[in-house]
Write a protein that binds this ligand. Structure first.
Ligand code: FAD
Ligand code: NAI
Length: 463
């Protein structure tokens, strides 16, 4: 047996690395096992960070080629240097992953390089070396869900990983799945010139949003040139030298048709990744959906073994993983770690962005909760007009009886930043009236949040 630790975290994604740092801050002797060459997990290496780098670059390209002329700025010939765009993306990723390495050194967290395996409570092996530990936190994340008949080669048929490093702009990109990855990365390649078709099994896009918001979002994306085949399923993909032939059928059954693509992006969700961890031998139970089963304090059925992030129940989001990492570290240090799952925002980083927090209308209806809606469009917001992006609105759901904020969804410029105010309001149990009475600077996009809160009671001023 080698060195002993208070805590070994397996996986260095946003759940794992944040957990390790917080536990070290609280005085625990901590190691984090990571098999990848760099720290930061899916999010920093092949997820949140590279996708946001490309979303920004492609938006800049689109603005320079299309939008600047509205502002009276004429650029005669805008050219794409995809190699430079990709190199910049790697620089952004590297700055972030090296940053985590620095934070590990600063906080005296030991990086155990290699694949971690749980041998039982208090025992973790990394390669040939076995370590003793008082606690283990599983933070091994998730991977792209496969689709039978659609074999991923990461060149012609890609997951998000391949879609983040295409060497040329595809002529026709077909995306399978109108969820977050499909719409973000579909937007990237659309802005860079690809024709983009999105095939979705359901009869709507982004099933986690309210139906009206999803419909309006779809309309905005269609104006940008993305096209949608809803209520359709891909049953086969045949790769040729030049592209891919997809067989597509109506989801409810019917005649099949073929669709030709240069590149296909498979983005139908992500599934838990626990391969090689030795969970079965260690006796760690999974739930009915293959996730690591945990109680409200992140504990598995085996004493001393915990799980956080994408491997356990809840939205597969980096900030959810981070907050769980902090909570479990605090619990292990004898404090009261806690995550409020009613106040976890989600953001789709398209242009405009789409954000959400709390309950949807469908959830409130299912729970029998009476609610009122306050909606305010960006077309009536002075700052949005000045920026030149008036698509979208702020939508707030408040309890009909008490006026307490229950949920909010925003489509619009900086929707991801604007939602933070409503997350804070929900966290503090605020009412729509509370938000409506807060002074918001003029002219800012945040005035649309105040006006939507006023609109809950039919009192919006500018509409
Ligand atoms: P992960 O980040 O998946 O990290 C797990 C780590 O564990 C990996 O590095 C893996 O190598 C390592 N590992 C696995 N098994 C072992 C083992 N046995 N031994 C050693 N190491 C092991 N979320 C957002 O909130 N915002 C976004 O903008 C966003 N964008 C995304 C874009 C894309 C393209 C993708 C794919 C995901 C995106 N996500 C986003 C989701 C986000 O990346 C995940 O929710 C988040 O990374 C989960 O963190 P985690 O710590 O649970 O696991
Ligand atoms: P998703 O769950 O967001 O969307 C998958 C879509 O595919 C759904 O609309 C679903 O109905 C559809 N679908 C499922 N099976 C299908 C089939 N056979 N044929 C056609 N459509 C099918 O999953 P996605 O986009 O793969 O992203 C995975 C997760 O990664 C997200 O849920 C999110 O948790 C995380 N993520 C978060 C981001 C962010 O926060 N901005 C960005 C990217 C990913």
């Amino acid at each position: 047996m080698s060195e002993a630790f208070d805590l070994i975290v397996i996986g260095s994604g946003p759940g794992g690395y944040v957990c390790a740092i917080r536990a070290a801050q609280l005085g625990l002797k901590v190691a984090c096992v990571e098999k990848r060459e760099t720290l930061g997990g899916t999010c920093l290496n092949i997820g949140c960070i590279p996708s946001k780098a490309l979303l920004q670059s492609s938006e800049n390209f689109h603005e320079a080629s299309e939008s600047f002329k509205d502002h009276g700025i004429i650029i005669d010939s805008v050219k794409l240097d995809l190699d430079r765009m990709m190199a910049r993306k790697l620089e952004v990723v590297s700055a972030n992953t090296k940053g985590v390495e620095f934070l590990f050194r600063k906080n005296k967290v030991t990086w155990l390089k290699g694949e971690g395996k749980i041998l039982g409570a208090g025992r973790v092996a990394v390669g040939e070396t076995e370590y003793a530990t008082k606690a283990v936190v599983i933070a091994t994340g998730s991977e792209s869900t496969p689709l039978p008949g659609v074999a991923v080669d990461e060149t012609r048929i890609v997951t998000s990983t391949g879609a983040l490093e295409l060497s040329a702009v595809p002529k026709h990109l077909v995306v399978i799945g109108a969820g977050v990855i499909g719409l973000e990365l579909g937007s990237v390649w659309r802005r860079l010139g690809a024709e983009v078709t999105v095939i979705e099994f359901l009869d709507r896009i982004v099933p986690t949003l309210d139906a009206d918001v999803a419909k309006d979002f779809q309309r905005i994306l269609e104006k940008q040139g993305l096209s949608f085949k809803l209520g359709a399923k891909v049953t086969k993909a045949e790769t040729t030298d030049t592209g891919v032939t997809l067989t597509v059928e109506p989801a409810k059954g019917g005649e099949a048709q073929t669709v030709e693509a240069d590149v296909v992006l498979l983005a139908i969700g992500r599934r838990v990744f626990v391969d090689g961890l030795g969970l079965a031998d260690a006796g760690v139970a999974l739930d009915d959906r293959g996730r690591v089963a945990t109680d409200a304090h992140f504990a598995t059925n085996v004493p001393g073994i915990y799980a956080i992030g994408d491997v356990r129940v809840g939205p597969m989001l980096a900030h959810k993983a981070e907050d769980e990492g902090i909570a479990v570290a605090e619990i292990l240090a004898g404090q009261a770690g806690h995550v409020n799952y009613d106040a976890i925002p989600s953001v789709i980083y398209t242009w405009p962005e789409v954000s959400a927090v709390g309950k949807t209308e469908a959830e409130l209806k299912a729970a029998g909760v009476a609610y009122t809606i306050g909606k305010f469009p960006f077309s009536a917001n002075g700052r949005a007009r000045a920026i030149g992006t008036t698509d979208g609105y702020v939508k707030i759901l408040a309890d009909k009886a008490t006026d307490r904020l229950l949920g909010a969804q925003i489509i619009g410029p900086d929707a991801g930043g604007l939602i933070a105010e409503l997350v804070t309001a929900i966290e503090f149990g605020a009412s729509a009236e509370d938000v409506a009475r807060i002074c918001h600077a003029h002219p800012t996009l945040s005035e649309a949040v105040k006006e939507a809160a006023l609109a809950v009671d039919g009192r919006a001023i500018h509409i």
